[in-house]
Design a protein around this ligand. Structure first.
Ligand SMILES: N[C@@H](CCC(=O)N[C@@H](CS)C(=O)NCC(=O)O)C(=O)O
Length: 208
């Protein structure tokens, strides 16, 4: 049994989509960030970084970092077909974009939505935010250009990287502008949104 600690709107979405696709037994533990439950002693004992999602594996081991959890689940449940395996075409691109999105885009989202955490001078928080949005836009443009030459991020096969991309796109602070500037990113988001297990995950996460 997998246990995911999560809440609507969070990066638990991509993880839960993988759990849905993998048909493995799992359960959800709600941690209400609006009530600061992620900073409670109970949750800090699970994830000292006070971030969602966190997941307990069937072995009892803890995993954090949404991209790492998605990669882990893609390998543990290969029958989902959502994670190109070593030797498969698309493996290098899949790993490249998973790490890129986690390291560059997700972190820009955090600077955008929590700018006060990224400066010791609160009067500069607006500048932190606008710079984060510019960095996010630059990253989406790089992925949009890649998608002008490849059907999916990992080329010919949809992978969890595309699900992760849709999640990050849904967090953009100006979605109409993103869709206009990055039509291929928008196209991947539309295709991902039409899949049944994604619809099911989104009934809880309400990302779009
Ligand atoms: N690098 C982490 C980031 C996780 C993260 O920042 N999650 C957000 C929700 S999407 C969170 O926990 N926010 C609450 C807070 O930072 O106070 C990951 O990819 O899992």
């Amino acid at each position: 049994m997998y246990t995911i600690y999560t809440f609507p709107g969070t990066g638990g979405f991509a993880v839960e989509a993988m759990l849905e696709a993998g048909n493995a037994p799992w359960k959800r533990e709600l941690i209400d960030t609006g009530k600061d439950e992620h900073r409670s002693a109970r949750f800090l004992a699970i994830n000292p970084a006070a971030q969602l999602p966190a997941m307990i594996l069937p072995s009892g081991e803890l995993m954090t970092e949404s991209a790492a959890i998605c990669i882990y689940l893609g390998d543990a449940h290969r029958d989902t077909g959502l994670a190109p395996q070593p030797g498969d075409p698309g493996r290098a691109a899949y790993l490249r974009w998973m790490v890129y999105m986690s390291a560059v885009v997700y972190t820009a989202d955090l600077r955008c939505y929590y700018p006060d955490r990224y400066t010791s001078d609160l009067s500069g928080a607006d500048a932190v935010k606008s710079c984060a949005v510019e960095q996010m836009n630059a990253a989406f443009a790089i992925m949009d250009e890649h998608l002008s030459r490849h059907e999916w991020l990992a080329d010919k096969t949809m992978s969890v990287a595309d699900i992760y991309l849709a999640m990050l796109a849904s967090w953009h602070p100006d979605i109409p502008a993103l869709k206009l500037a990055c039509p291929r990113v928008s196209g991947v988001w539309d295709k991902v949104a039409g899949i049944d297990f994604i619809k099911k995950a989104n009934t809880f996460y309400k990302l779009w």
